[in-house]
Design a protein around this ligand. Structure first.
Ligand SMILES: Cc1cc2nc3c(=O)[nH]c(=O)nc-3n(C[C@H](O)[C@H](O)[C@H](O)COP(=O)(O)OP(=O)(O)OC[C@H]3O[C@@H](n4cnc5c(N)ncnc54)[C@H](O)[C@@H]3O)c2cc1C
Length: 345
C-alpha cells in the first residue's frame, strides 16, 4: 500500500530539524508497490529518504520524497560459522543491531546507535569503531527504476569505499533498496582495537558477548555525540581528508612552527594517501564551539554541526560550513568536503 501526502512538513523527519516541506510525500509498505509507480509523472526531483540523518535540506523540497516502510527481520540460513539475516530497508538500523546482538551474532555490534535505516546503511557504507557495514553486507535487494525490475546486487557490485558506494556515484537515484542480506558470524569476532573501546570492557574477552560490546559502544557514543532527539545534527558534517605526502609535510610544518619541533599531526596511512582527522584540523583553527546564527560546532566533537538553538536555518548551517572550510583551507591548505548530503530547494 502507498500513502500519499501533499505539502508534507519534513521538520520531524530530518535529524537536523530543518523546518522544510516537500511537494509530495509517498510512504510504501512493500517492494511490490514500486513497479506500479509512474516515476515520470511525480513532481521532480524524486528523493528516496530513510531517517533523514545524513541530509541537509537547504530549503523546501520541490519534488517527491519516497520513504520505505518495508519492515521485517528474518533468518535465512545458518552454518557452523555464519548466519544470513535479511532485513527490510525501512527497519531502523539500530533495531537490527539490537536484534542480531540479542541472538548472539557478531558483526554489527560496533555499529550500534548509528541513526538511520537499513536501506541507507547500504548506500552510505556506515562505519564506526573500526567496523563498516560493508564487512557484513552479503547482498543488496533493489528495485531498478531504469530497467523497472528487481535486482540482487552483491557487496562487491556496490563498490564500497569510505562512507561511499556506487549508490552515491554512478547509480545515484537509480536503485531503490528494498532489503539487505547480512552475513553475521556465529563464532566470536570482537573488534576492539579502535579508540578506547577495549578499555570499556573486561581484559578477559573470552566470555564477551556482542551485547557487551554494543553496550560499551552505546556508552562511548553517548559521551561524544549529540542525541538527535535533543539536539539537531547530521553526525559528522565533514569527511576526513586524505592528503598527499607533500601536503602532510606542510601541515606538519605549520604545527611545528607554532608548537615546536616535537609537535605531531595525528594521521592514518591509506592506500591513496594520508588521512588527517578533520576534527583535529578544525580544533587547531580555534573553531571549537563557534556559532553562526542558531548553528554551532558541537563542543565535544568539532566535526559535528548542531542546530544549537533548535531554530537554525539552512543558511546558518551553510554559513558555518563555509566558515570552517575557509579557515581550514587558510591554515593548512586543505579543502574539507561535507559528508552530509545537501538537498537543493
Ligand atoms: C548523531 C548522528 C551520529 C551519526 N553517526 C554516524 C556514524 O557513526 N557513522 C556513520 O557512518 N554515519 C553516522 N551518521 C550519519 C547517518 O546516521 C548515516 O549516514 C545513515 O546511514 C543515514 O541513514 P538514513 O536512513 O537517515 O538515511 P538518509 O539520511 O535519509 O539518506 C541517506 C542517503 O541514502 C539514500 N537512501 C535512503 N534510503 C534509501 C533506499 N531505501 N534506497 C535507496 N537510497 C536510499 C538517500 O537518498 C540519501 O542519499 C550519524 C548521524 C547522526 C545524526
Amino acid at each position: 500500500m502507498i500513502r500519499k501526502e501533499y505539502s508534507k512538513d519534513l521538520s520531524a523527519m530530518n535529524t537536523f530539524g530543518m523546518k522544510v516541506s516537500c511537494s509530495l510525500y509517498m510512504d510504501y509498505d512493500a517492494p511490490e508497490d514500486l513497479p506500479g509507480i509512474d516515476f515520470q509523472s511525480l513532481p521532480a526531483p524524486v528523493l528516496h529518504m530513510g531517517g533523514g540523518s545524513n541530509l541537509l535540506f537547504t530549503g523546501d523540497f520541490p519534488g517527491t520524497v519516497l520513504h520505505s516502510s518495508i519492515r521485517y527481520i528474518k533468518e535465512l540460513s545458518r552454518t557452523d560459522d555464519s548466519c544470513f539475516i535479511e532485513a527490510g530497508a525501512g527497519i531502523v538500523f539500530d533495531d537490527f543491531v539490537r536484534w542480531t546482538c540479542g541472538k548472539g551474532l557478531w558483526g554489527a555490534e560496533n555499529l550500534s546507535l548509528i541513526p538511520g535505516e537499513v536501506g541507507a546503511s547500504a548506500v552510505q557504507n556506515i562505519g564506526a569503531y573500526g567496523a563498516e557495514v560493508k564487512d557484513i553486507i552479503d547482498r543488496v535487494l533493489c528495485f531498478d527504476t531504469v530497467d523497472k525490475e528487481f535486482k540482487v546486487l552483491s557487496g562487491s557490485d556496490c563498490e564500497y569505499g569510505y562512507r561511499d558506494s556506487a549508490f552515491k556515484g554512478k547509480w545515484k537515484g537509480r536503485f531503490i533498496i528494498t532489503g539487505v542480506i547480512f552475513k553475521l558470524s556465529v563464532v566470536p569476532w570482537a573488534r576492539l582495537g579502535y579508540g578506547n573501546l577495549a578499555s570499556m570492557l573486561p581484559a578477559d574477552t573470552s566470555t564477551l558477548s556482542p551485547s557487551d560490546v554494543r553496550e560499551a559502544v552505546i556508552a562511548l557514543r553517548h559521551s561524544k555525540l549529540p542525541d538527535p532527539s535533543e539536539t539537531g545534527s547530521a553526525g559528522s558534517f565533514f569527511k576526513n581528508p586524505v592528503v598527499s605526502a607533500g601536503r602532510f609535510a606542510k601541515i606538519e610544518k605549520v604545527v611545528r612552527d607554532e608548537q615546536g619541533p616535537d609537535a605531531t599531526v595525528p594521521h592514518y596511512l591509506q592506500d591513496d594517501g594520508i588521512k588527517v582527522p578533520a576534527a583535529w584540523m578544525i580544533d587547531r583553527c580555534a573553531l571549537k564551539g563557534i556559532s553562526v546564527g542558531g548553528a554551532a560546532l558541537y563542543e565535544r566533537q568539532p566535526l559535528v554541526i548542531v542546530n544549537r538553538s533548535g531554530n537554525a536555518s539552512p543558511e546558518d548551517i551553510l554559513a558555518l560550513e563555509r566558515l570552517v572550510i575557509e579557515k581550514v583551507k587558510e591554515k593548512f591548505g586543505v579543502e574539507l568536503h561535507p559528508e552530509v548530503e545537501h538537498i537543493k530547494s
